[in-house]
Design a protein around this ligand. Structure first.
Ligand code: FES
Length: 359
């Protein structure tokens, strides 16, 4: 699962002035490996100016589209996104990890559900995949999208959404909210914040009856939309969030070095990682680097991308022992209760810890 594969770029499409989408050719022998679920992402790796850069980008195609394509929006001083937007060409190769991510729910062709998505900017990318797949797989379900942007001009995937609207006229409800373009209905002007969510949910969405809600955008927007949904009666397990945008949080502060008598004896923990069917055990200090860093320093080849607690590429399950996370922008409470952790953000607390990356 965690291995990178060399894939050839099959198509590069300019989606907006500062965003491209990239489709990959998947050889027959890797078709199963790169089969994806709607809402998942790919981690890409490339050496740029002598340095290995890894970035995770969401898949924008539906699972039945017969194409695997990610969208890359250029961010200021973003080395990978600038390279992808300016230099990447058809025929180039990139190192690509198989699809990952839990930003989805299982679909049922017999279901007659109503889904909601709230997206801002490039946060539309996984949402597009989720909408296209859901409406195709569940022919009796409906989808409402609240999509925030500055204006029509920079709205990513507007044509693709319109294509879906033409196809699913009765089942797809698109609501564009612009912060710098005046629309006739006042409710559709401004930013997606707590007040806007409450107003929209009061008037337009039967929140209690939602099958699931998908929120994707900057941290603040996803938190405010989540809280508004909960206040309107939607259970936390039905709310799915993915963080997206130009202002990724910085990694959480790490615990201070412990002091005190006997520290030398108690300062080390024994960590065992399970990955790709292998097991590797090593000793590591409790107060220093993360388990991910320590594991990789010992040759474990654990998967990672952002190393900031955002993307969840480093996801693992605690099989034994106790760990502490410094920062978490990817896991919901019920996932943490189920034992999931971001290994790039955690350190051992107990004497022995076993982390399973094949969970
Ligand atoms: Fe992104 Fe750990 S590598 S959350």
């Amino acid at each position: 699962m965690s291995r990178f594969h060399t894939l050839t770029v099959q198509d590069v499409r300019q989606e907006t002035r500062d965003a491209v989408s990239i489709a990959f050719a998947i050889p027959d022998e890797l078709k199963d490996t790169f089969r994806f679920t709607q809402g998942q992402y790919l981690t890409l790796r490339r050496e740029i100016d002598g340095e290995e850069i890894r970035r995770s980008y969401s898949i924008c195609t539906g699972t039945l589209d017969n194409e695997i394509r990610v969208a890359v929006k250029r961010v200021p001083e973003g080395r990978f996104s600038t390279f992808a937007n300016q230099s990447l060409a058809v025929g180039d190769t990139l190192e690509v990890m198989p699809p990952q991510g839990r930003f989805h729910t299982s679909l049922d062709p017999a279901r007659q559900g109503h889904y909601l998505a709230v997206a801002a900017g490039s946060g539309i990318t996984p949402i597009l995949s989720i909408i296209a797949t859901t409406l195709e797989v569940e022919p009796r379900s409906r989808f409402t999208l609240l999509y925030g942007n500055r204006s029509t001009a920079g709205t990513l995937f507007r044509d693709r959404l319109q294509g879906l609207k033409d196809r699913y006229l009765e089942r797809l409800n698109l609501v564009y909210i612009f912060s710098r373009e005046e629309q006739e209905i006042d409710l559709y002007n401004g930013r997606i914040d707590a007040g806007k969510c409450h107003a929209l949910f009061d008037r337009w969405v039967d929140v209690k009856g939602l099958e699931a809600a998908f929120l994707c955008g900057p941290l603040e927007m996803t938190e405010q939309a989540r809280d508004a949904l909960k206040a309107h009666g939607l259970a936390g397990e039905r709310i799915h969030r993915e963080l997206f945008g130009t202002t990724l949080p910085t990694a959480g502060s790490r615990p201070r070095q412990a002091t005190g008598v006997g520290q030398v004896d108690v300062d080390q923990a024994r960590v065992e990682v399970m990955i790709d069917g292998r097991r590797l055990a090593f000793e590591m200090p409790r107060d220093g680097e993360s388990i991910l860093e320590a594991g990789n320093a010992h040759g474990a080849e654990l998967p990672f991308s952002c190393q900031a607690g955002v993307c969840s590429t480093c996801l693992a399950k605690v099989e034994e022992g106790e760990v502490e996370m410094y920062a978490n922008y990817a896991l919901e409470d019920y996932e943490i209760e189920a034992g999931l952790v971001l290994s790039c953000q955690c350190r051992p607390v107990s004497d022995t810890v076993i982390l399973n990356f094949d969970h």
